[in-house]
Design a protein around this ligand. Structure first.
Ligand code: SIN
Ligand code: CO
Length: 402
């Protein structure tokens, strides 16, 4: 979907100091950034949002609240016209997840948040609320920038929360049993409220309102550990098993000697701390799309070869990133001290050589919606490994031709 907002329009005011923000606020304390002189043009309309919420592949929720703001109810999409026609005039919100994956203009909003690496971004959720609509007092486990689009919202910020904070899940939402407002702000179009992980917040619409939530990806340590363990398991087989470190006569038949435990500890450390496995898991996890990509064409026979791709480019076709495509790369020295470059594209990893570095940096630039520049195309014409990478990315649905 193409919309009017382009990646050249800034949503952060010029006075916003990225370095100071990272040092003082990021992951620490909330900050309200007023739009100042900037005007804000919504890249999506409430009608388009409702249309997305009717699509089967799109995650959406409708949340209603009673007049006294004490009871919430939630329904999961996809929805149909009837669902929207039967809604009241006020007191509801429609939430659509990962709109950056579907709407170019929403994806372009990420261009302003280039002071945090792109692989940390999770998605942009967009909410449309009618007067008094809200999602209830809650906390999130991740950082979020709440960008106010059309209309106004009254935000209350509350206490610090954690896994022990009492939660009411009876509505299907994770709402705070006890919300203690500490600060209150009314936001208008273009204002941005940054909220660090774990801080309670509660935003109530004042008239019809749209909010864009730029959320960040932060796997829990249990996810990190199980992910790296899964990587290690891939390389193990039944032949690799426990062996006695130093066979010797037992001091006592029932005693587990200290050396056995320290030997296990050392072997486990070796298994779990292989840098290749850690970076494979991390790169793939941080770039995995939230929802499956849809490659052009619907079967393997539609896969493009490098010759066909060269031909298309020579004919003047342009290559674009699909909105929401997630790219990152790792460039470090391996054990032999050679540069090892790994590229992660929507959850898939590719080993690359130094020739591809410029391409990888161009692809992973923030909010990039332009066709790939001539210089990259020319490079691809003279380097088959680059052309092959472009073909692979096209075939997995991360790039498109137009
Ligand atoms: C909203 O858009 O109203 C809620 C977003 C959030 O609290 O994370
Ligand atoms: Co929230």
């Amino acid at each position: 979907m193409n919309n009017e907002q382009t990646d050249s329009e800034s949503i952060l005011p010029e006075s916003f100091d990225r370095r100071q923000f990272l040092a003082e606020y990021w992951q620490k304390k909330p900050l309200l950034i007023r739009a100042g002189a900037l005007s804000f043009l919504d890249p999506v309309t409430p009608e388009e949002l409702a249309g997305l919420a009717c699509e089967p592949g799109v995650e959406s929720r409708l949340i209603q609240v009673n007049e006294s703001q004490t009871k919430w109810s939630m329904r999961q999409g996809p929805f149909d016209d009837e669902d929207f026609l039967s809604l009241p005039q006020s007191n509801y919100s429609l939430l659509v997840q990962a709109v950056d994956q579907w709407v170019d203009g929403v994806s372009a909003m990420l261009g302003d948040f280039d002071f945090v690496p792109g692989w940390r971004v999770d998605d942009i959720m967009v909410s449309y609320a009618t007067d008094q609509g809200n999602v209830g007092p809650h906390f999130d486990y991740y950082d979020v920038f709440l960008i106010q689009g059309m209309g106004q919202k009254r935000w209350q910020l509350g206490q610090r929360c954690d896994a022990l904070t009492p939660i009411d899940q009876s509505s299907g939402l994770r709402l705070l049993k006890d919300f203690k407002a500490v600060d209150e702000y009314t936001v208008s179009p273009g204002d941005i409220l940054y909220i660090p992980p774990g801080l309670a917040h509660y935003g109530v619409a004042v008239g019809p309102s749209i909010t864009y939530s730029v959320g960040f990806r932060a796997p829990s340590w249990s996810e990190i550990l199980s992910g790296v363990v899964d990587q290690a398991l891939d390389d193990l087989n039944e032949d690799q098993r426990y062996t006695d470190p130093q066979p010797s006569l037992p001091r006592h038949y029932g005693e587990i000697p200290v050396e056995v435990i320290s030997d296990l500890q050392q072997k486990l450390t070796t298994l779990l701390t292989q840098p290749e496995r850690i970076r494979q898991w991390f790169g793939q996890t941080m770039t995995a799309p939230r929802y499956p990509l849809e490659p052009d064409g619907d079967d393997d026979s539609a896969a493009i070869t490098i010759d066909a791709l060269r031909h298309q480019l020579e004919q003047g076709m342009e290559i674009y990133k699909v909105p929401g495509a997630r790219f990152a790369y790792y460039a470090g020295k391996d054990a032999g001290n050679a540069r090892s470059i790994e590229f992660f594209a929507d959850g898939v990893s590719y080993s690359c050589n130094e020739n591809c570095l410029l391409l990888l940096q161009t692809l992973s630039a923030p909010g990039y919606l332009m066709p790939l520049p001539e210089s990259i195309k020319n490079h691809a014409f003279s380097d088959d490994s680059t052309l092959q990478l472009l073909a692979d990315l096209y075939n997995q649905g991360s790039l498109t031709l137009d």
